[in-house]
Design a protein around this ligand. Structure first.
Ligand code: S3P
Length: 435
């Protein structure tokens, strides 16, 4: 079957008020914790993406009942921490690293065995970062010889709490350990080298779990139960990022992005773009389900290249594909360092962005943990998305700046995080045709 592609070319200045879909990280966790809770939870603003639907499907395979009163709503009939039933088949996490890594933590202490599989991209991603600490807690999980999925979780092992200092700043690893800790004997503490997104901690507390946390550490006692609650999912900052960058770099643009989640561990891109001279105003601040949200009003502004402060990297880890396009439109080079984690995302994002931008005529000097990007006019070319949703969307913006046409191959995975991106982009003013 031929893979869908896009042709991106200069459109018009971006205009309008845009509704961005629900947050992926929050939607995954909402489904998981509601499934494990005692009682019925309602989720509003659920991301109808392939990744988050895969997580819901997995819990349905383990006996959890979901109702979908309307798109982006879920009613979840929780079965309690000890109420999941053994699935008959392997559990398919699709493209979702968050799904697989958090589930591994959750399933490690279940009395039954499970197998977690994923698509081609997920099947290449490193899993020892979770299986190592989980094994130290007593779990038995097999990977392929090189530490990649499938994950074969033996189950039936009693787990011990752990004091774990994370070698990499990763919310997924932190969350896997905390979720195993919930089923373990004694206390589990996680210490991070740099604070990462704290949705697991905040949401466990919303579900009634007694958990201590502050930026950089989290601690909980095993053996606690979750109490059903209602969750309102904010709009995903990482999806909004593509329109923030596009409106910043396309002359004449002005857009309003409604009620975007502004958890400080997610908004490093705002700080980086402001350093580059972007014009982004936050209006109507509010709180949705304990998360700060605001409308973002973004106007085109001339950008200049900067050295991205290393301390911002974990707070914008998913935003580098978009940032690279902003840098391509800036005056003067932009330098990224301390971002080696980009090499183990849905694709090697440093290589994918460097190669794609070179194809369009830019000079990009790649290093092990970053790149220096030298801006210039963007020409035509064919870009490989490497089946990575964020690479595809980043090059859709690059196409708006191109003197010709940018063809982006294999865009189907955009539906993992941002179904309807191409329609919304066209409505806003993008020149973007589909296959
Ligand atoms: C996520 C954590 C980050 C991020 C991913 C979602 C999460 O991954 O890149 O898109 O929901 O916890 P790492 O934990 O690997 O940094």
């Amino acid at each position: 079957m031929s893979q869908p592609y896009w042709i991106a070319r200069k459109g018009s200045a971006l205009q309008g008020t845009l509704a961005i879909p629900g947050d992926k990280s929050v939607s995954h966790r909402a489904v998981m914790f509601a499934a494990l809770a005692d009682g019925v939870s309602r989720i509003e603003g659920f991301l109808e993406g392939e990744d988050t639907r895969a997580t819901a499907r997995i819990f349905a395979q383990m006996g959890v009942r979901f109702e979908t009163p309307s798109p982006s709503q879920r009613i979840v009939h929780g079965v309690g921490v000890d109420g999941l039933t053994a699935p008959h088949e392997a559990l398919d996490c699709g493209n979702a690293g968050t799904g697989m890594r958090l589930l591994a933590g959750l399933l490690a202490a279940q009395p039954f065995a499970t197998v977690l599989v994923g698509d081609a991209s997920l099947s290449r991603r490193p899993m020892r970062r979770i299986t190592d600490p989980l094994a130290r807690m007593g779990a038995r999980i097999d990977t392929e010889a090189d530490g990649t999925p499938p994950l074969r979780i033996h189950g039936g092992q009693p787990l011990q709490g752990i004091h774990y200092e994370l070698p990499v700043a990763s919310a997924q690893v932190k969350s896997a350990v905390l979720l195993a800790g919930l089923h373990a004997q004694g206390e589990t503490t996680v210490v991070e080298p740099h604070p990462t997104r704290d949705y697991t901690e905040r949401m466990l507390r919303a579900f009634g779990v007694d958990i201590d946390f502050q930026p950089g550490t989290a601690r909980l006692r095993g053996g606690q139960r979750l109490r059903a609650t209602d969750i309102v999912v904010p709009a995903d900052f990482s999806s909004a990022a593509f329109f923030i960058v596009a409106a910043s770099v396309i002359p004449g643009s002005q857009v309003r992005l409604r009620s975007v989640g502004l958890n400080p561990r997610r908004t490093g891109l705002l700080a980086a773009l402001r350093l580059m001279g972007a014009d982004i105003v936050e209006e109507n601040p509010a709180e949705h389900g304990g998360e700060p949200v605001a409308d973002l009003v973004v106007r085109h502004a001339p950008l200049h290249g900067v050295e991205i402060p290393v301390a911002l990297v974990p707070d914008m880890i998913d935003e580098f594909p978009a940032l690279f396009v902003a840098a391509a439109a800036a005056q003067g080079p932009t330098v990224v360092r301390g971002a080696a984690e980009l090499r183990v995302k849905e694709s090697d994002r440093l290589a994918a962005m460097a190669t794609g931008l070179r194809t369009l005529g830019l000079r990009v000097d790649e290093t092990d943990d970053g790149a220096t990007l030298h801006p210039g006019p963007l020409g035509s070319g064919t870009i490989e998305s490497h089946d990575d949703h964020r690479i595809a969307m980043a090059f859709a913006i690059a196409g708006q700046l191109s003197t010709g046409e940018v063809r982006i191959n294999d865009v189907a995975n955009v539906a993992t995080s941002f179904p309807g991106f191409d329609r919304l982009a066209r409505e806003a003013g993008f020149g973007l045709a589909g296959s």
